[in-house]
Design a protein around this ligand. Structure first.
Ligand code: MLT
Ligand code: MN
Ligand code: ZN
Length: 302
């Protein structure tokens, strides 16, 4: 299985258009010291030419340029066979409507996510006016096969599991399954990748699940719990925003450091997170613990 990190920043990207926090300043003035990043999404493929997106970011149009595929023979070519959603947040779903020219889009999402994008953000309803959108329901702990748009099996399977988080701010109701993590497995190679871009806590059960995969892509939104409060740009803590901070004795770094997974990589990194600085002590701490800080274009073969 091929995995490409299409985007590794949280909502707003890095630098964020209206942000002049310390790391956004460096990303503008010295991009070698703080590499700009687009909004988080990843792509997986069994054959290196037909791709499934893990979430569809508002930057999808530029991100698709990172995907390889055989030279198309016709006048149209859709390199995206399907989109797997972890939740209905805007930074993970706005890209769906931007792919409406595909004419046929396959989505895989929980029933709660389907209802939020159908009824609350209406991204599903708007996209369905332009394209034939088919939806396969993700049910926790039930593995489904990912099929190409022509109906044949890709050899990749996906399983979802609920993670601690609240629903998007614009969701009118809170339904179970509004936020999940997913594990994609390649039946041929047995390679597996966990994708968890938003997660408010990491208990032993969740850690055990992640530790069984070869590649863990995990929520790296905030370095500290009071990051936005300290910078004077927010009132809520990281945990109140359903993002477990990276640092500290109860942070994700301390917990993920012990996992046996071959690759453990942070994604969905907020522009305020100091680990985005290439030469900072935060990055060093992450790397010393055996983890990597995701960067757009990173590739893995599992
Ligand atoms: C989040 O990651 O917490 C959400 O994407 C928030 C947002 O959409 O602004
Ligand atoms: Mn987000
Ligand atoms: Zn910033």
């Amino acid at each position: 299985m091929h995995v490409v990190l299409l985007g590794t920043a949280a909502g707003g990207g890095f630098p964020q258009w209206n942000c002049w926090c310390p790391s956004c300043r460096v990303a503008r003035s010295e991009p070698d010291r703080a590499i700009p990043r687009s909004q988080s999404s990843a792509a997986v493929s069994a054959d290196g030419g037909r791709w499934f997106l893990l979430n569809a970011s508002p930057d999808v149009r530029d991100q698709l340029g990172r995907l390889s595929f055989p030279a198309p023979t016709g006048a149209r070519h859709v390199p995206v066979e399907g989109i797997v959603l972890t939740d209905a947040e805007l930074d993970h779903t706005l890209g769906i409507v931007l792919l409406r020219e595909a004419r046929h889009l396959q989505l895989a999402a929980t029933d709660a996510v389907r209802r939020i994008i159908a009824e609350d953000s209406r991204i599903l309803a708007v996209t369905a006016a332009f394209a034939d959108v088919t939806l396969t329901e993700l049910v926790p702990d039930r593995s489904i096969g990912l099929c190409y748009r022509d109906g044949t099996a890709s050899g990749l399977t996906v399983t979802c599991f609920p993670v601690p988080a609240g629903p998007p701010r614009f969701a009118r109701e809170e339904r179970p399954g509004h936020t999940v993590g997913v594990i994609v497995r390649d039946e041929r190679t047995s390679g597996s990748c966990a994708f968890v871009p938003g997660c408010g806590d990491l208990d032993a059960g969740l850690l055990g699940r992640l530790g069984e995969t070869d590649l863990v892509l995990f929520d790296g939104t905030f370095w500290t719990d009071n990051e936005l409060i300290g910078l004077g740009i927010g009132e809520r803590t990281a945990r109140q925003m359903d993002h477990l901070p990276v640092s500290g004795p109860d942070g994700s770094l301390a917990r993920l450091a012990g996992l046996p997974s071959r690759h453990r990589v942070y994604t969905h990194i907020n522009n305020t997170n100091p680990m985005l600085l290439e030469d900072g002590p935060e990055r060093l701490a992450v790397e010393r613990a055996g983890l990597q800080i995701g960067r757009d274009g990173m590739r893995f073969t599992l």
